[in-house]
Design a protein around this ligand. Structure first.
Ligand SMILES: CC(C)(COP(=O)(O)OP(=O)(O)OC[C@H]1O[C@@H](n2cnc3c(N)ncnc32)[C@H](O)[C@@H]1OP(=O)(O)O)[C@@H](O)C(=O)NCCC(=O)NCCS
Length: 130
């Protein structure tokens, strides 16, 4: 069901699923969704890190419901923890689709990804003060 908390909040990323993103069963490949979650979390982390970041960990990930081709997928991100060099981002994923003449909005996934601020590939740096 639609979560009212998010009505006022802008998604960090919105994307439509395409036929090429489907698996053999006809719904969306989980690896496609993992990479889109990574992109959304990285957008949030990069702003806070004021520069480049690298993904170090998929800390938690739940696929609540299947995604289907031509769903409009929205990613809502929040920083849940900041360490010396790391930034943990929680990401909620909602799908909007037309069913029986009406739009439905469904929570399809939830994740926590961890990013590390870097100055170049392989070299971490402290997360700067806000
Ligand atoms: C990112 C990178 C530079 C970090 O260097 P590192 O020496 O491994 O770093 P550390 O072990 O000191 O960990 C750095 C931070 O990440 C955190 N961290 C490490 N492993 C973690 C894990 N499994 N889960 C959550 N946080 C983790 C550490 O606690 C530390 O946080 P803090 O500084 O805020 O206390 C290095 O691991 C790297 O380049 N990895 C590859 C990144 C990449 O290519 N990502 C894309 C993969 S396709």
């Amino acid at each position: 069901m639609h979560d009212v908390e998010h009505i006022e909040k802008q998604p960090t990323l919105r994307v439509t699923t395409m036929p090429n993103d489907a698996n053999a069963a006809g719904d969306i490949f989980g690896g496609w969704l993992m990479s889109q979650i990574d992109i959304a979390g990285a957008i949030e982390a990069k702003v806070r890190a004021k520069g480049p970041i690298a993904t170090i960990s998929v800390k938690e990930l739940i696929f609540h419901k299947p995604l289907f081709v031509y769903d409009l997928v929205s990613f809502y991100t929040d920083i849940s923890k900041i360490g010396k060099t790391s930034i943990e981002v929680s990401i909620e994923v909602y799908a909007r689709r037309m069913r029986e003449g009406e739009f439905q909005t469904i929570k399809v996934a939830w994740a926590k990804y961890v990013y590390v601020a870097i100055s170049k590939p392989g070299l971490k740096r402290p997360v700067p003060a806000e």
